[in-house]
Ligand binder design. Structure first.
Ligand code: ATP
Ligand code: MG
Length: 225
């Protein structure tokens, strides 16, 4: 059964300040979405709510099929959110990549093999033994993607994965995201501007003045002009 995410009448406030009010959104498996919006409009907050990491004030997010993790009624095992500022653990790159799989109690041999594959996929093999905190911004993003890839999510939220990256690193991230899409992963990527990663997306959502609108992609607008 295809994974689906639905939003119904979602409202988020911090104190008395309303951040957004979103009536409906329906995301189907295999789609790729660009969540666009100026700084501070609520992209991170919305993605965290969709990923089950933050609570809305009212309304509902449902991800189906519905296999809940035992420690939370909101987190979904097929859904991963990658933070805007990728955090790393105080260990080397290998341990950082292996962390999620170890939590899922994979057998040691499998974990080792999968970690090797993930490092190769994200082009991090040459950094395997390096302390993760010493990675550059672009390398950290690749580490974050490798950590997600190894867990084979069906729905992946990428929060500003290209912030502070130079053009070459942005294209590398775009290549990896493109491969995840080819594997059938549903991806939502937030970014305040378009770039080679967001150009991979087939749906474009704009968060503005507390509301979410579906917009045509820039290329579509051009085509009809
Ligand atoms: N825990 C919190 N308490 C109070 N206000 C918050 C909290 N978290 C976020 N906000 C506010 O909510 C608004 C939306 O924040 P959010 O981080 O979701 O925006 P964003 O669109 O991701 O911005 P950026 O593009 O800078 O990453 C901001 O004005 C922020 O200050
Ligand atoms: Mg943000």
């Amino acid at each position: 059964m295809g994974l689906e995410l639905k939003i119904d009448n979602l409202v988020k406030r911090f104190g008395t300040r309303e951040i957004f009010r979103i009536e409906q959104l329906h995301v189907q498996e295999g789609q790729s979405l660009h969540l666009k919006g100026e700084n501070g409009v609520g992209k991170t907050t919305l993605m965290k709510i969709m990923a089950g990491l933050e609570k809305p004030c009212s309304g509902n997010v449902s991800v189906t099929p519905n296999h809940r993790r035992w420690w939370s009624d909101r987190l979904h095992p097929d859904v991963i959110y990658l933070h805007q500022t990728p955090y790393v653990f105080m260990s080397n790159v290998v341990d950082n990549v292996a962390y999620g799989l170890k939590l899922r109690k994979g057998n040691r041999h499998d974990v080792k093999n999968k970690v090797q594959q993930a490092l190769a996929w994200a082009r991090l093999e040459h950094l395997a033994e390096q302390p993760a905190y010493s990675l550059s911004g672009g390398e950290r993003q690749r580490l974050a993607l490798a950590r997600a890839w190894i867990l084979a999510p069906r729905l992946l939220f990428l929060d500003e994965p290209t912030a502070n990256l130079d053009r070459r690193s942005v294209s590398t991230v775009a290549e990896l995201v493109g491969q995840l899409l080819e594997q059938g992963t549903t991806i939502m990527v937030s970014s305040h501007q378009s770039n080679t990663v967001t150009e991979l997306c087939n749906r474009h959502l704009q968060l503005e003045d507390g509301a979410l609108h579906e917009v045509e992609s820039l290329t579509q607008v051009k085509r009809y002009a």
